[in-house]
Design a protein around this ligand. Structure first.
Ligand code: AP5
Length: 218
């Protein structure tokens, strides 16, 4: 299975990519995670990406395409992969298409996770991520029940610096301007699978799995 997961910020791409990775042993390429890791470690990539990420803007295509090229090369012989949040605009999509062709890889499908705006805002303002292992949590309405440390590794839980309302709004605008045309591109190619991402996490995973089965893509 070779999949791309697309969807607005907070739609659950990372969550579903993690489930697909665990359930089907797929390799995962998450450019958001790779970039956050590079920023945290102050690598040359991280230093270049940081100002864009802080403002909620897309990191320049040449940096993203370099990451994609390297990671695809590493995983090209493995049975399957899931790309989480990449490509993100038409240029990245078209160059990825060429890269895959050169590697003789055929995409199974492109999944768009659809979620309405109020749900996105709720999820992102309540999201906390583990600084150490990247596990993601959602705070509940009762503040006394908030976890202070990651239940997987004990790492500190942080609120992403791009999960503030002004930056979320910017990310959503960029999604509409840059990513929606890419979604149309995949629709025209007959690759698009649209799923409702506002249902509970296990239900979204189940629907996604069913869609892949129905289309004979699993
Ligand atoms: P990235 O990390 O990819 O951010 P994003 O696309 O804005 O997506 P998020 O990580 O915010 O959300 P998600 O859809 O993964 O949702 P999640 O599963 O965490 O990118 C960050 C930045 O890096 C970009 O702004 C850009 O600067 C740069 N970048 C990355 N890739 C790039 C590229 N290709 N080109 C250029 N720049 C790039 O879920 C969110 C929350 O909701 C969690 O708390 C989760 O527990 C919860 N949740 C998930 N699903 C459900 C559900 N079904 N029900 C209830 N809660 C749920």
């Amino acid at each position: 299975m070779k999949l791309i997961l697309l969807g607005p910020p907070g739609s659950g791409k990372g969550t579903q990519a993690q489930i697909l990775q665990e359930k089907f042993g797929l390799s995962k390429i998450s450019t958001g995670d790779i970039l956050r890791n590079a920023v945290a470690n102050e690598t040359p990539l991280g230093l270049k990406a940081k100002p864009y990420m802080e403002k909620g803007e897309l990191v320049p295509d040449e940096l993203i395409l370099q990451i994609l090229k390297e990671r695809l090369h590493e995983i090209k012989d493995r049975p399957g992969f899931v790309l989480d949040g990449v490509p993100r605009n038409l240029n990245q999509g078209k160059i990825l298409e060429k890269m895959l062709k050169e590697l003789h890889i055929t995409l199974t499908g492109v999944v768009e996770i659809e979620v309405p705006l109020p749900v996105i805002i709720d999820r992102l303002t309540l999201r906390r991520s583990c600084e150490k292992c990247g596990s993601v949590y959602t705070l509940k309405s009762d503040p006394s029940s908030h976890p202070t440390a990651c239940s997987r590794c004990g790492g500190k839980l942080i609120h992403r610096s791009d999960d503030t309302i002004p930056v979320i709004e910017k990310r959503l605008k960029i999604y509409q301007a840059e990513t929606l045309p890419l979604i149309r591109f995949y629709k025209e190619k007959g690759l698009l699978i649209q799923i409702n991402g506002s249902l509970p996490i296990p239900k979204v995973a189940e629907i996604l799995h069913d869609c892949l089965k129905v289309k004979g893509r699993n």
